[in-house]
Design a protein around this ligand. Structure first.
Ligand SMILES: [Zn+2]
Length: 277
C-alpha cells in the first residue's frame, strides 16, 4: 500500500499563534516547539500506516516555507517531500494514481470560518454543472487527489475543518485534536493524546479505504481564491479549464514565490527568510 500524507501546521494540537519577527529568540523557540509537535503528529500517522500494511509512505511538508518537519526525527520508514518548489505541480509533488490513500495532518479551516483556529485560504470553484463550491486547502487537496482516483481517508485538525470534511466527504475519518473557540483561541487535546487519536483514526481510515469514494469534482471548472477574507478574490478574473491540477497551479501564482512558477521564485538556494510566515 502506498500512502500520501499532506501536512500543514495550523491544525495541530497546541497551535494557536503564528510566530512573528518582532522577538526573534522567543519566536524561534515557538517555531521549534511547533515543528516538533507537528513532527510527532506526522509520526503518529506514519505509525498507523505501517501497522495497516503500508510499505510506501510519502510525507509532504506543506506549510509556509515547506521546511518545517524535523525530518531527522521522523520514522525512517517514510520519505519526506520538502523545500520550495516552483515546478508543476507545485503544491502536491509526486501525488499520482499510484497512491492508495491520502491523509491530511494539521489541517485548518477555510478563510472566514467562525471560531476556527487561524482560518485562511478559500477556493471558489464553479463546477461543470454550474454549482458553486468553497473549498479549504484540505478539501482542495482531497479534490486534487480525487482527480487521480485517490481517496482522502483521514484528516486531523480542529473541529471546524473536521466539520467541512464531514460535510463533503462523510466517510473520511477525522481526528479532532482541538476545538476552535476563536481565531487564536482553542481548547486542545494534550499532544500525547492527540497523537494517539491520530494513530487510531489513520488506521481506521486506511482500513476502510476501499469504501471511500475519491472526492472527484465534475469539470470543467472556474476557479478563484481568497487569502484571509473570503469576500476578496485574489484573481481579477476566474480561471477556467478542465484540468484542476493546472488551474490550481496557475492560480497559486497570485500567492507569490512559494507556490508560483520558477520564474518568480527568488532564484536562490538559501534557506528562506520567510520562515515565520
Ligand atoms: Zn499552513
Amino acid at each position: 500500500m502506498k500512502v500520501y500524507i499532506n501536512t500543514d501546521i495550523e491544525g495541530i494540537a497546541g497551535w494557536v499563534f503564528y510566530a512573528s519577527n518582532s522577538n526573534l529568540s522567543v519566536n524561534l523557540k515557538h517555531l521549534e516547539r511547533m515543528n516538533r509537535l507537528l513532527t510527532n503528529e506526522v509520526n503518529a500517522a506514519v505509525r498507523a500506516c505501517r501497522e495497516c500494511g503500508a510499505d510506501e509512505i510519502y510525507v509532504n511538508d506543506n506549510h509556509g516555507c515547506a521546511y518545517n518537519i524535523l525530518f531527522e526525527e521522523l520514522d525512517p520508514n517514510c520519505r519526506i517531500i520538502h523545500g520550495r518548489s516552483g515546478y508543476f505541480p507545485s503544491w502536491l509533488p509526486l501525488l499520482d494514481e499510484s497512491f492508495d490513500a491520502a491523509i491530511g495532518i494539521g489541517m485548518h479551516a477555510m478563510a472566514g470560518t467562525p471560531g476556527a483556529v487561524c482560518p485562511h485560504s478559500c477556493w471558489h470553484v464553479t463546477l461543470g454543472n454550474g454549482s458553486e463550491l468553497k473549498l479549504s486547502e484540505c478539501t482542495m487537496f482531497a479534490a486534487l487527489a480525487g482527480e487521480k482516483g485517490v481517496p482522502l481517508v483521514t484528516v486531523s485538525g480542529d473541529d471546524k475543518i473536521a466539520a467541512e470534511v464531514g460535510e463533503k466527504i462523510p466517510d473520511c475519518e477525522t481526528a479532532v485534536v482541538k476545538y476552535g473557540l476563536a481565531a487564536q483561541n482553542a481548547c486542545s487535546l494534550i499532544p500525547a493524546r492527540a497523537c494517539e487519536l491520530i494513530t487510531e483514526k489513520v488506521y481506521a481510515g486506511l482500513e476502510k479505504r476501499h469504501s471511500i469514494e475519491p472526492f472527484k469534482l465534475p469539470g470543467p471548472f472556474k476557479l478563484n481564491v481568497s487569502d484571509r477574507d473570503p469576500a476578496v478574490k485574489a484573481l481579477e478574473q476566474d480561471m477556467s479549464g478542465n484540468d484542476l491540477w493546472r488551474l490550481m497551479h496557475d492560480a497559486c501564482r497570485c500567492f507569490g514565490n512559494k507556490w508560483g512558477d520558477q520564474s518568480i521564485d527568488d532564484h536562490s538556494w538559501r534557506y528562506p527568510d520567510s520562515v515565520f510566515q
